[in-house]
Ligand binder design. Structure first.
Ligand code: SF4
Length: 349
């Protein structure tokens, strides 16, 4: 981060003034200066917006609040009705949490949402972000409301060079510098609006941004590169061999892989080690080996080229011998591919 610091008070006053003039009109939002939105509507909208965008969430919000105007109405609904109304909004786990929370508010708090961040956080399915958002927007509590949008704005305002996710605690700390008892709900919503409409992920509209003079990211000439991302390490490539041994009854040799390590405890074909250099250890038994080509497979941490070697042998006690089709069904994908590659009928030609 550069030595100079943005002026926190100036950013607050400019952004709040911008919000007073340009706040988005949202169905769950009270107009600037109007009485605060009731907590039920704030909470419901925040849960929906974790799944989707404002335009997609809006009809769902209207449908829910028409059908269940209060949290107690929602708490009394049948599970299946709520799940049905949620269809199209994504993870049903969130709908189940929504119901659990509504029932906790109705059952344990007399149908009234608690008004502190800590008490909100204690409700089922309410995480740090939602608790802070409801506390600030519905109850005007000084709470640090930090989601991906706010992280992006902070990373740009302060030109934070540390990549995410490592930068997250720092971005949260920077966001907390702006949280005061003065208009905390409006501040949270002003930041949300800035992230959604001006300081957008790909093309920030710095020319219209009310806090541009204080933005260190803009001063670098390339604000969109913040927040920095951790580069994904290139996946290393390994090579190895898989051995398809077929006995005179047309069965294939398989073995259980060691418990520890890749595909641990699963069924496998005999293999060489899989190494990043040139392979390949000697075959596991003396035989008239033929090379049947290679298969490619991508694991999470490396990619693999597996040369497939085939031979007919007499069954021995070192391996389990399985009918080909049973083995193909039981083997993990990489070995099933190798078995297919071995073109087993050719071995009997
Ligand atoms: Fe975001 Fe640009 Fe405003 Fe900086 S000047 S906060 S990068 S929109």
């Amino acid at each position: 981060m550069p030595d100079v610091s943005p002026d926190i008070d100036l950013i607050r006053s400019r952004l709040l003034a911008w919000y007073d003039a340009h706040a988005r009109s949202l169905p769950w939002r009270a107009a600037v200066g109007a009485p605060r939105t009731e907590p039920y509507r704030v909470w419901l909208s925040e849960v929906m917006l974790q799944q989707t965008t404002v335009p997609h969430a809006t009809p769902y919000f209207h449908a829910f609040t028409t059908r269940w105007p209060t949290v107690s109405d929602l708490a009394a609904a049948e599970d299946a009705e709520v799940m049905g109304a949620w269809a199209g909004l994504g993870y049903y786990a969130r709908a189940r949490n929504l119901l659990a929370c509504a029932r906790a508010v109705a059952g344990e708090h007399g149908g009234v949402f608690p008004d502190t961040e800590a008490a909100l956080l204690a409700l089922p399915g309410v995480g740090a972000y939602t608790a802070a958002a409801v506390a600030s927007i519905a109850f005007d509590r000084a709470a640090n409301v930090v989601d991906g949008n706010v992280e992006r704005v902070m990373a740009r305002l302060f030109a934070v060079e540390t990549p995410v996710p490592a930068a997250r605690p720092e971005l949260k700390r920077l966001a907390s510098l702006f949280v005061t008892d003065e208009r905390p709900g409006d501040w949270a919503q002003a930041l949300m609006d800035l992230g959604a409409t001006v300081c957008r992920p790909k093309s920030p509209s710095c020319g219209t941004c009310s806090v541009a003079s204080e933005c260190l990211g803009l001063a670098t000439g390339d604000p969109a590169r913040f927040p920095m991302k951790t580069k994904k390490a290139d996946r290393p490539h390994r090579r190895g061999a898989a051995y398809v041994l077929i006995d005179d009854q047309g069965r294939v040799a398989v073995e259980t892989r060691p418990e520890k390590g890749l595909l641990g405890g699963m069924l496998g074909l005999p293999t060489s080690d899989w190494a990043t250099g040139e392979p390949i250890a000697a075959a596991p038994v003396e035989a008239d080996w033929r090379e049947a080509g290679a298969v490619e497979h991508v694991f999470t941490h490396f990619s693999l080229t597996l040369t497939v070697m085939t031979a007919r042998v007499d069954a021995d006690g070192d391996y389990r011998w399985m009918p080909i089709e049973a083995a193909r069904a039981a083997l993990p994908t990489v070995f099933a591919k190798a078995l297919d590659r071995a073109s087993v009928p050719d071995l009997f030609g």
